[in-house]
Design a protein around this ligand. Structure first.
Ligand code: MN
Length: 162
């Protein structure tokens, strides 16, 4: 009886501790506020760090559009790449970067909308400290969806070197 009471106290203490940990994690949580399921881990040949992708609208001949969500863990980013028909990004949480080759690196955050023109070499990803949730919309997919290029180096990522 006494033992089970102690166990109950210990369990309560664990719950309280658990709550405290959860509270202190708010604002620094890597997961951020996700609207959609996390999806599948992006292939290592196209991403540095871990980025999770879920398709929301599959390409078809009626809409010629793909829509999806990517969650970049802190420090994660895409390779350099090109969208033959351009791309629209809607940032739904976190802080990240978007850079078009030859232009300064832009910091992007929740609520930002980024239009990346067709046939422009660029990359996007999370900041080192915060992950980033982004929706992507690619229309006119009959022109192509993505051409993957080489990784963004640590120097390019950290300095935004053009
Ligand atoms: Mn892109």
């Amino acid at each position: 009886m006494k033992l089970s009471l102690m166990a109950a106290f210990a369990f309560t203490a664990l719950l309280v501790t658990g709550c405290k940990v959860q509270t202190s994690m708010q604002g620094t949580s890597a997961e951020l506020q996700s609207i959609f399921p996390k999806g599948q881990l992006g292939p290592a040949e196209n991403f540095t760090g871990r980025a999770w992708n879920i398709g929301l609208v599959a390409n078809d001949s009626t809409y010629n559009t793909v829509v999806g969500n990517v969650y970049f863990e802190p420090g994660a980013r895409s390779n350099w790449h090109i969208h033959p028909a351009g791309q629209i990004l809607i940032i739904t949480d976190g802080i990240g970067y978007h850079q078009i080759k030859g232009q300064p690196r832009q910091t992007i955050k929740k609520g930002d909308v980024v239009k990346c023109p067709p046939n422009v070499m660029h990359w996007h990803g999370a900041s080192p400290e915060s992950g980033m949730q982004q929706m992507y919309i690619i229309s006119n997919t009959e022109k192509g969806i993505v051409q993957w290029l080489h990784p963004v180096s640590d120097e390019e990522y950290s300095t935004g070197a053009q």
